[in-house]
Ligand binder design. Sequence first.
Ligand SMILES: Nc1ncnc2c1ncn2[C@@H]1O[C@H](COP(=O)(O)OP(=O)(O)O)[C@@H](O)[C@H]1O
Ligand SMILES: O=P(O)(O)O[C@H]1O[C@H](CO)[C@@H](O[C@H]2O[C@H](CO)[C@@H](O)[C@H](O)[C@H]2O)[C@H](O)[C@H]1O
Length: 456
Amino acid sequence: MSEAVIGTATTSPGLLASLDPLLREWLPRQRWFAGKGRPVTGFTLVAATELLPADRRLGLYHLLVQAHQPAAPWDCYQLLIGVREALPPHLAPALIGHVEEGPLAGRTVYEALHDPRAAEVLLEALRSQARIGGLRFERDPGQDIRPGLVPRVMTAEQSNTSVVYGDTFILKLLRRVVPGVNPDLELPLALAREGCPRVPAPTAWLNAELDGESYVLGVLQPFVQGATDGWELALRELAKGEDFSAEARALGRATAEVHTALAHALPSVTLGAAQLRLLVDGMVERLDAAVQAVPALTPYAPGLRSAFSALADLAAEGRTWTAQRIHGDLHLGQCLRSPAGQWSLIDFEGEPSKPLAERRMPQPPARDVAGMLRSFDYAAFSADPPAPGWAHACRAAYCSGYAEVSGSDPRTDPVLLRAYETDKAIYEVVYEARHRPDWLPVPMAAIERYATSDLF
Ligand SMILES: Nc1ncnc2c1ncn2[C@@H]1O[C@H](COP(=O)(O)OP(=O)(O)O)[C@@H](O)[C@H]1O
Ligand SMILES: O=P(O)(O)O[C@H]1O[C@H](CO)[C@@H](O[C@H]2O[C@H](CO)[C@@H](O)[C@H](O)[C@H]2O)[C@H](O)[C@H]1O
């Protein structure tokens, strides 16, 4: 049974103060917490909304809080806090802690998205287009949401938190939120308007309007039932010694369909010498920072730099490029294959660590292409023994598929592609050194090749 949403904006004095010691300990342990490695020294409440009053058996608060850390700007996080007298055993992993003081003293608080009864409240609010405090639950009037779909939180480690409702919808709640237009809603809505079938069309979304600023907090989309992501599928085929080039070609076609629709839906710009200078400077700066962070890159830096100077040289000769809105963080894990063999692209958020304005800038489509090419290389070089021939076939098939739809083969612009692939491989070295040191040899193997040779 759905809980009725009767929420209100709350100014409950002392609410955050009473949660503060528990959140300081709990927040840094979450996968989606962006400020890893530094302690949380305090919180400021941005907004609190009571979705279910805490005097019921189940209380539910929606919070936006700024988390403060030493020597860093604050980040704003979206939290859903459940309140109960005691947690039933199935919710034990969601425990945040027991409140000692303040309005919730003596109660147990927990990560409410793990609680189906709390997750139902969100779907019901989206279905009924509720407005509660600063929260705006909105729905595409052309799409219905059936009541009573059973929720389950996805437990995979992700940058955000997603809840699947009855294998019909998936609600992604963004964790680190910033004011402004979020490409994770903006681009799928634009693609839906274009009738592009390669991206699940948003059914409903959650915004907050606070002090004249708008925040995108979540997006509900149709759930692709029985889907396998491209990374999983690629590894499976690789392990069986199977060729993956037919799927790679289909992925190239899907990427080009999305790019074509985005170019139609949103403005494109021409990048001339001045813009290219900025783009190349950014690549060089990232390389320099990466060498500081991962000294193993040092011997390869001159070779890697030549990929960027070659691009700068082309720009200086007067070459221009078209830039448009793109996915911005494309890799095999962002591609879903339905059991019927149709590919969808997901997660248009871009690189979450970058500012929103930068993520929304038009960029050459080659950047997405390079991300996918790196992904084939990743799969092949994470295999034992590495399978460079497999990667080569996938990369070629992907570019051919892309050319079939867009009319333009990315391999005809090898300088741009090499610069973007090099930039991505450098990013990956830093990412793996920080998050998964065991994986570092995978992008390092690419760095060795990119520093000394051409890609195709
Ligand atoms: N429309 C969908 N249908 C089926 N599964 C999906 C869909 N959207 C996302 N997923 C699954 O949810 C996971 C997380 O989604 P994603 O948008 O990548 O979130 P995050 O930003 O947290 O990484 C994906 O890896 C995929 O397995
Ligand atoms: O979590 P995100 O999707 O934002 O991406 C980050 O994590 C990815 C790993 O999960 C990382 O991707 C790298 O590893 C993938 C295999 O696990 C591979 O398919 C990608 O090509 C490779 O870049 C990504 O770089 C990072 O931003």
